[in-house]
Design a binder for this molecule. Sequence first.
Ligand code: HEC
Length: 291
Amino acid sequence: MRNKYFTRVVLFLFILHVVSCQEEETILLPAGLQYAPNTISLTAGESVSSSLPSLTGTPPFTFTITTSPDAGGAITIGADGIIQVSSQIKAGNYTVNVRVSNKGGNVDFNGIYIVNVKDPDKPPSKLTYTPASVEVQEGKAFTGSAPVTEGTPPFTFSLVSKPANSGITIDNSGIISATALVTAGTYEIDVTVTNSVGSVSFPKALTLKVSATVAPPVSFATEIKPILQARCVSCHSEFSDYTSVKNKVDVILNRVQREPTAAGFMPQGGNPLTQAQIDLIKKWKAEGLAQ
Ligand code: HEC
């Protein structure tokens, strides 16, 4: 009796084993998961879906998804294996890992899909030069520094100078330059910044003050003495001496500006000094009688 029962159980288990083995043989693990294309690029705020993936193995399948970095639930997978990116997605580059399961087991397809999300482009919102006002000597070329900008690059730059001057230019980085030929004056420079979203003008972004070259004062030794030497010293030996001329500058100017026919005109018996020479002596006096 006991033996008979045992035989039945063994027989039953044997059949069960054969049946289950046959079943196992027909189940193929998930394989060859593929999305075409396998990369998607979008702007934060948009939502997109992948294509229907190709996959072999024995259905039914279930899909689970993880991403790196974590997408906070904004990347999900449907029962058909389609990957969905919701409008909640934040900017970033996400690598998607999909686990496909069936009766045969789980198969991981890591890095099977890439989601690249960028922030929407922002218009230029700031342009700052430091310093915002620059002084340059006339005759010297100037190259400024790159501005601080806000908005989504790449930018292009253009400028309008008031007053206009073709010697003032701006390059691709927003650096303003002026050639040595820019004449003295104050130039207020408006800069327009353009990117994919639009153009924004920043009035008076930079003020360029080009100051006139300060000439050294008229000098006795190099400019006045040679005139007196040529025209006066033959009769006035003291006029080769700085102090003597300095003390007599007013009377000298008086004499040389008289009519040549008038009494006391100097140089006595000679041609008058040129107006330029007289003006130079006046300038020498006005600038402080430099030695
Ligand atoms: C050919 C000689 C001669 C030449 C050149 C001459 N002077 Fe005279 N200068 C005289 C004589 C002579 C006097 C004195 C008569 C008078 O006061 O007019 C005089 C007087 C002066 C006086 C007034 C006296 C004084 O020393 O304060 C001044 C100033 C003067 N000369 C300046 C000049 C200057 C400047 C030049 C050159 C641009 C010049 N002279 C060239 C002969 C000359």
